[in-house]
Design a binder for this molecule. Structure first.
Ligand code: NDP
Ligand code: 8X3
Length: 258
């Protein structure tokens, strides 16, 4: 088992699947202590078991819906003292729900996206930032999207939430500058995870079609980029990184023969 005190601590939201899970494995390999959060407790248990067996990781499991403001505050306040020195926060939890023209939008879907991608990110950040300020250091990695740079057909509200993440990231960077806290935005293009299954509400065939005919990014590609951004010297920050599969030239321009 690695020594808690010597190692840095990373907190990852949405660590039960996809990019968050891959990021947990990447940082575990690098001997970080991990605070892993998501709603699906059983999946987190499986991941924690695997990380402990393979890397002897120190893990604090937090079953948490980031859109539940009171619960976020309560659970972060309840972190034991030794877990309150958080070096890196990866604000990854997020989702797209539905792909409809705006006039046929499902308001519950809109609310889930806004509550998770924007409000959830803010609730978690609001609870963690004072801890980082106390330590006069820290690094926040917000997971945006190519969808935050360019709106695409039927993407409307999802694109809007990721544009908000872009803007909030810039504001955070300005406000936290004098506290020595770095803030970075990672904006992936098409990554094959549970993302499209969630977007299409469990329609696996429709989700699989999104990634047919080209080589999409893997969650591990984004995890490697996150780790790279976090491992640069203190005087270097990457503000923003857009990462796409080679076959993707823009949000909806993908060469399906590559
Ligand atoms: P996945 O669906 O594979 O993973 C999403 C993760 O977010 C899961 O661990 C899920 O856990 C968690 N999550 C969702 N809602 C909540 C919530 N309310 N509270 C806590 N955790 C939550 O998708 P990705 O890994 O692809 O997505 C990760 C991030 O990357 C998202 O912000 C997404 O918008 C972004 N992104 C994805 C791209 C892609 O092409 N895949 C491209 C660009 C950005 P659980 O269900 O257990 O709570
Ligand atoms: C996920 C990428 O282009 O499907 O953010 O919206 S996209």
């Amino acid at each position: 088992m690695s020594d808690f005190k010597l190692n840095k601590t990373v907190m990852i939201t949405g660590a039960s699947a996809g990019i968050g899970k891959a990021t947990a494995f990447k940082f575990a390999k690098e001997d970080y202590n991990l605070i892993l959060t998501a709603r699906r407790s059983e999946l987190l248990d499986e991941i924690c078991d695997s990380l402990q067996q393979n890397y002897g990781s120190h893990i604090y499991k937090m079953v948490l819906d980031v859109s539940d403001k009171d619960e976020v505050e309560k659970q972060i306040n309840a972190l034991p003292y030794e877990w309150k020195k958080i070096d890196i926060l990866v604000n990854n939890a997020g989702l797209a729900v539905g792909l409809n023209p705006i006039q046929q939008g499902v308001i519950d879907d809109w609310e889930r996206m806004i509550d998770t991608n924007v409000k959830g990110l803010l609730y978690v950040s609001r609870a963690i930032i004072p801890l980082m300020i106390e330590n006069a250091s820290g690094h926040i990695i917000n997971i945006g999207s190519i969808a935050g740079r360019e709106a695409y057909m039927n993407g409307n509200v999802y694109c809007g939430t990721k544009a908000a993440v872009d803007s909030i990231t810039k504001g955070m960077r300005i406000d936290l500058l004098k506290h020595g806290i770095k803030v970075s935005l990672i904006e992936p293009g098409a990554v094959e995870t549970e993302f499209s299954v969630v977007r299409f509400k469990g329609d696996q065939e429709r989700a699989d079609n999104v990634y047919k005919g080209f080589i999409p990014l893997k969650a591990e590609d984004i995890a490697d980029a996150i780790y790279y951004v976090c491992s640069l010297p203190k005087h270097v920050n990457i503000n923003d990184m857009l990462i796409v599969p080679t076959a993707q030239a823009a949000a909806t321009i993908i060469d399906k023969n590559l």
